[in-house]
Write a protein that binds this ligand. Structure first.
Ligand code: PEP
Length: 251
């Protein structure tokens, strides 16, 4: 049985005070709730160290939203995997569609970042997904295949055990337009088969594939009950403790 994993991507929201408030609420409220999944929050870099302190002793895990592929050096403004690790973070989101489109990150660059994260003991949440144009041209599967093949190039089956894949159709991110459970399940099943072809049946059965794209308390239950959907990567709805907790409880 694969465990379900719910992750919250805070994006560029919450200063230090806002981060502390939200984390304290989550820790406090989740203590009194019964839920059946792993929970990860990914605040901005500036809140990670404080989040690491506040989450000590809690079952909520911490992740970053991006990182640079090099270990250290003259990369003004960048953050390395070991810096992220030192905050108590165990996860890092890589290849988010906002990084791919706004910051022009290529599949090759994301592959380097995945390798650097794994080398430093960080578990990547590796995001893939097609744009609306690609879906309408009927090339969704080609796009997913390219992103998986290039993104995971040179990554072993042992290393793959530390990777979570997040299928996030770009047209569903922050738009309020969710993939239907059937559309999402189709894509997840296709991705799982890609993993089977590239690695093994065992690797495919064990990999966690999250869905992301306008997940809200009123659609999470149905999405998460699909056989190949193992969790959610949540943007907007993770910024309020109530809605994030409702999604966690629906898993
Ligand atoms: C995301 O940023 O990964 C995301 C899925 O955002 P939203 O839930 O707001 O669509």
């Amino acid at each position: 049985m694969r465990r379900k994993v719910i992750a919250g991507n805070w994006k560029m929201n919450n200063d230090l005070t806002g981060s502390k408030d939200l984390i304290n609420k989550l820790v406090q409220e989740l203590k009194n709730e019964k839920y059946n999944c792993e929970v990860i929050i990914c605040p901005p870099f500036t809140s990670l160290a404080e989040a690491g302190n506040l989450l000590k002793g809690s079952s909520i895990m911490l992740g970053a939203q991006n990182m640079h592929e090099e270990e250290s050096g003259a990369f003004t403004g960048e953050i390395s995997a070991s810096m992220i690790k030192s905050t108590g973070s165990r996860y890092v989101i890589l290849g988010h569609s906002e990084r791919r489109t706004i910051f022009k990150e290529s599949d090759q660059l994301i592959n380097k970042k995945l390798k650097a994260a794994l080398k430093n003991g960080l578990k990547p949440i590796f995001c893939i997904g097609e744009t609306l144009e690609e879906r309408e041209k009927n090339i969704t599967n080609n796009v997913l295949k390219r992103q998986v093949t290039v993104g995971l190039e040179g990554i072993s089956e042992t290393e793959l055990k530390d990777i979570i894949i997040a299928y996030e159709p770009v047209w569903a991110i922050g738009t309020g337009r969710t993939a239907t459970p059937a559309q999402a399940e189709d894509a997840h099943n296709f991705i799982r088969n890609l993993i089977k072809e590239k690695y093994s049946k065992n690797a495919a059965e064990n990999i966690i594939i999250q869905y992301g794209g306008s997940v809200k308390p009123d659609n999470s239950g149905e999405l998460l009950s699909q056989p190949d959907i193992d969790g959610a990567l949540v943007g907007g709805a993770c910024l309020k403790a109530d809605s994030f907790i409702a999604i966690i409880k629906s898993a």
